[in-house]
Design a protein around this ligand. Sequence first.
Ligand code: ZN
Length: 194
Amino acid sequence: GEEVKRIESAGADWVHLDVMDGIFVPNITIGPVVISSVRKLTKMPFDVHLMIQRPMKYVKMFADAGSDMLTIHVDADGDVKETLKAIRDCGVRPGITLNPGIPVEKLDPYLDMVDLVLIMTVDAGFGGQSFKDVGLSKIARVKEYAESHNPKLEISVDGGINRDTGKRCVDAGATVLAAGSSLFGAADMKKEIA
Ligand code: ZN
């Protein structure tokens, strides 16, 4: 709770919450109960990144917990289109994402169903990894799509984001930067966010 208030006063626009289930990724983080507790502390939009198998099963739970955006992995078990539709039907903005090793073309069948595309620039599952350049060309490709089909599409980047890699992502077309270690480890979070 204190950290959420800290990032709000440091000028963050959204809270990016990484949900890991110990199955889709080896690590375990938080679930809907923690998200609904934190929800009471801020009006900042909650951008919830589900690194979980069978996300369909949990859509309603995460919607009810107060998610504003719910992003699923393209290679998670289950029907991607059905899951994205279920997210929208719950009144939440759907997002799609993929790990660095997966070609960006895998997103094509879903681009017209989402409000957000999340480009992973590290492998999902752990914080503190360094940025993988492969994300930059993916951002540029999604930007090309957004310009011709959906100018409101958010292009978010997650993994190894700091003041240097963040700038390179924005130059490539990113509209949202999800940063963890570089902000929480900074002496002055406000300056780093700016
Ligand atoms: Zn994330």
